[in-house]
Design a protein around this ligand. Structure first.
Ligand code: TRH
Length: 352
């Protein structure tokens, strides 16, 4: 595929997933020889998420009126239905070309049905142009997941013990939980269980932001609580965030991007799904657990972790989930990644 200029649009709704996915996606394009303008309404999180930037990804402010005199781009990407105003479309893509609507990730069955469907614009200044839905997903009939070309090689080179000695304060070989969540109703009970005097030593790497605030609200700022040791993690780059997932025995992740990264880590994981007001996240979670072929105790733990009110978490040993997650990773590695699939799709739809 020749080097094209991609205009990727991203709105930060809340949390870090929108810009997190937008950045990984843009970098994935750049790694495959493409040039990207990433238009974002709030790029502040990139200061810690991607401090080194990327020479082939220009981060540009998406505010107000479009700048004049822009070089025309080749492909337009709207992430998560962020709805690019016509003025902007005409400024960056004066010639009609591929226009992709990159959607949210789900394991639900509608994804395969909707993936790649056209959505013609019927009215207004953009009438006659066509957007195409592009759905990430877990199965070969979807757009797949973001995955770097060198991911597996970096994982093989990774030195877990050295990483934990550097980043987990006072780590002495105890099992490590990586905690990146919202405010699960079951969090206080989970922490209380880990700190009970009869429990073996455990270490929790607490992600900054909402996870840290929720833990601090229950335990205060101290780092040692009986057998439980906490490390308050600072905000770090995506590369280091991923390494934390590779290093941990169990990854308690949330949202969209960290779930995918935990799947690549291939370690036991529990997902705190982004809650939607209409409760649609319950079906989304169930579909994911079905795809994962999750054993009953992993499903029960997910039910508790995602419940609106505290519920007793069943006895479980995350080590029992190792094979399930390893199999999931193998299945996913056998499928083409999202950026490669999108490049093929654009090559097939672009006017020749
Ligand atoms: O932050 P999130 O909860 O984002 C969510 C979800 O994507 C959700 O689907 C979306 O609708 C909502 O935002 C608006 O969780 P997520 O998706 O895992 O994104 C977190 C990103 O932050 C991910 O790219 C990893 C990155 N990160 C770092 O790079 N360093 C850090 O220190 C931390 C804590 C996160």
């Amino acid at each position: 595929m020749p080097s094209l200029l991609w205009d990727v649009f991203c709105t930060v709704v809340d949390n870090h997933g929108d810009i997190g996915v937008g950045w990984r996606f843009s970098q994935g394009l750049a790694a495959r020889g493409q040039r990207v303008r990433l238009w974002v309404d709030d790029a502040s999180a990139l200061a810690w998420m991607a401090p080194e930037g990327d020479p082939d990804v220009q981060v540009r402010p998406w505010q107000g009126m479009p700048p004049t005199g822009l070089a025309p781009g080749d492909v337009l990407v709207e992430t998560f239905g962020c709805d690019i105003p016509p003025d902007w479309v005409l400024a960056v893509a004066p010639r009609p070309g591929p226009w992709i609507n990159l959607e949210y990730l789900s394991a639900e069955s509608y994804v395969a049905r909707m993936h790649r469907l056209p959505s013609p614009v019927l009215n207004g200044p953009l009438a006659g142009r066509t957007k195409h839905f592009f759905y990430p997903g877990f199965t070969p009939d979807t757009g797949g997941l973001l995955r770097e070309t060198d991911l597996a090689a970096r994982q093989v080179r990774f030195d877990r013990s050295a990483w934990l000695h550097r980043h987990a304060d006072g780590w002495q070989g105890e099992p490590v939980h990586n905690l990146f969540c919202y405010e699960p109703a079951g969090l206080p009970a989970w922490l209380d269980r880990l700190r009970a005097p009869d429990q073996p030593p455990a270490h929790v790497l607490v992600a900054p932001g909402r996870a840290a605030a929720a833990v601090r609200q229950h335990l205060g700022p101290a780092t040692q609580h009986g057998p439980l040791r906490l490390t308050w993690r600072p905000p770090c780059s995506q590369a280091e965030f991923d390494e934390g997932l590779w290093a941990s025995d169990t990854n308690w992740v949330r949202g969209e991007d960290s779930l995918v990264r935990a799947l690549w880590a291939g370690r036991p994981l529990v997902w705190h799904i982004y809650p939607q007001h209409d409760g649609a996240h319950h079906a989304k979670l169930a579909a994911f657990l079905d795809w994962l072929d999750a054993p009953p105790d992993l499903r029960s733990v997910h039910r508790c972790w995602n419940a609106d009110t505290p519920q007793d978490m069943p006895a479980h040993d995350p080590m029992d989930w190792v094979a399930t997650l390893a199999r999931a990773r193998e299945r996913l590695l056998a499928q083409p990644d999202l950026v490669s699939q999108l490049l093929d799709f654009v090559a097939a739809t672009a006017p020749h």
